[in-house]
Design a protein around this ligand. Structure first.
Ligand SMILES: Cc1ncc(COP(=O)(O)O)c(C=O)c1O
Length: 449
């Protein structure tokens, strides 16, 4: 089969999958999972036909996909893929650009620069900030924390880039006691040592209590949250950022999904004071509903990020705002393209409407579940509903039964040491009828499981 026919076939299969997304089980059944063993074949010497490769992928792995691109998947704040973002990603794949800088890929460099301007605009963050389009909030958070450490050390006259950490002044890190596990991962990769990291006490909704914050100084990185992963809550930025400013500390905000609350006045107040921070991370692949590998590291001082992330070489010199000089990657996919496509197509109002819709749906779900006798544990300020059944065992049974139904999917969690489950409203495809289906599943199971 020639290249164009093969692409057409891939496109036909992708279209068929997308057309079926409304009806698909929210999670593959046991038979589909068992069939995955068909992928276990020896690597052939002479290769196999491209068409058969595509067909095996589609028939075996495709049948075992979680329908996270669908309307009844409420797990992990995954978000679906907006049609235009998915289509733009597909087009960019054909271009196969190495989006390191304008020298290697002028077209996509310009698209990413425009995406960066729009991101700062819609999120109302300092307009001179650097925006690095990385793979994930994890990678972008790591980059920002690395920049924070290098900058605080530079202010003490120590060049991290030149001298490394041996003999360097000590840099402290303060995080929320319910910080996301990927922040912990970044800190462990960067060598801070989890037990050295100071944990700030939180209230029952998961927000740092300013009065209980460890004392900050000018050798401290304070990491705050916009959107706690269970409750969707926000740290009180106004007092916390002020305390950090007064002490000369660096403030980083993990806003993997919650930063998008800034796109609408209805929810923007939750983020008041956040623009006083030094760096922020957010994902496109969560609440903006772009396809995967779409995240942003945003740094108020572009040079602070560029200094630690620079990867200029004799054969590859580029401007400080080149993506290879801001992200972990050297050769890279133009991850900002799907963000550009989503923002251009939705516009300010479209993003706000999507975010507001999910907030309203979350409140509706909370209200209906309370009426059914479930215990809703959070205030539902955003798009997350944190729930328990009658007791711990009942809570676990509810999750198992709902997942096994295939009609909806949401995940288990632990809140304040006890089992709970969380329902995330983050797919642009989720409409009233899908909420009804979710409620129907939970009504049939009931709070006793
Ligand atoms: C609050 C928060 N921070 C960070 C992350 C990590 O994001 P990513 O999966 O893009 O690395 C997530 C979710 O996965 C999250 O919910």
């Amino acid at each position: 089969m020639n290249e164009l026919d093969l692409l057409q076939e891939a496109d036909r299969l992708a279209r068929a999958y997308t057309a079926s997304i409304e009806e698909r089980d929210a999670f593959p059944n046991e038979e589909a999972i068992a069939t995955l063993s068909d992928l276990d074949e020896p690597l052939s010497d002479s290769g196999q036909s491209a068409l058969s490769t595509l067909n095996v992928m589609n028939a075996v792995a495709g049948e075992a996909t979680a329908a996270s691109n669908g309307p009844r998947y409420f797990g992990f704040v995954l978000g679906a893929s907006l049609p235009v973002a998915a289509a733009a990603d597909r087009l960019a794949l054909a271009w196969d650009q190495c989006a390191s800088s304008s020298d290697s890929a002028p077209g996509v460099h310009a698209l990413e620069q425009q995406a960066a301007r729009w991101v700062l605009d819609i999120l109302q963050l300092p307009q001179q900030s650097a925006v690095a389009f990385g793979t994930s909030a994890t990678a972008c958070g790591l980059s920002c924390i690395a920049a924070a450490r290098a900058e605080l050390l530079a202010r003490k006259g120590w060049s991290l880039v030149e001298n490394g950490l041996n003999g360097a002044p000590n840099i402290r890190v303060v995080v929320s006691e319910v910080t996301h596990v990927t922040v912990k991962k970044s800190l462990q990769i960067l060598g801070f040592g989890w037990s050295n990291v100071e944990k700030a006490e939180t209230d029952p909704q998961g927000r740092i209590i300013p009065e209980k914050l460890p004392k900050l100084d000018d050798q401290t990185i304070l990491i705050l949250q916009a959107g706690e992963v269970n409750t969707g809550e926000f740290d009180p930025f106004v007092p916390l950022v002020q305390m950090a400013r007064d002490a000369g500390a660096w403030v980083h905000v993990d806003g993997a999904f919650g930063l998008w609350a800034r796109s609408t006045p209805q929810l923007g107040h939750l983020t008041d004071g956040i623009d006083g921070a030094d760096s922020w991370t957010t994902d496109g692949h969560k609440w903006l509903n772009t396809p995967y590998d779409s995240a942003m590291a945003i740094c108020r001082d572009p040079q602070a990020l560029a200094r630690v992330m620079n990867s200029d070489a004799v054969y590859s010199n580029a401007s400080a705002d080149s993506q290879k000089n801001l992200t972990l990657e050297f050769s890279r996919k133009a991850r900002g393209v799907s963000v550009w496509a989503a923002l251009r197509t939705l516009g300010r109002d479209g993003v706000a409407k999507m975010v507001e819709k999910h907030h309203e749906q979350a409140n509706q779900v909370a209200e209906r579940l309370r009426a059914l006798g479930f215990d809703v544990l959070n205030r539902v300020v955003l798009n997350q509903v944190l729930v328990r059944g009658k007791d711990d065992e009942a809570t676990k049974r509810v999750v198992q039964t709902a997942q096994a139904s295939g009609r909806v999917w949401f995940g288990a969690t632990v809140w304040e040491g006890r089992p709970a489950f969380r329902i995330s409203l983050s797919s642009f495809r989720t409409e009233e009828r899908h909420i009804e289906e979710l409620i129907d599943v939970l009504a049939q199971i009931g709070p006793t499981g």
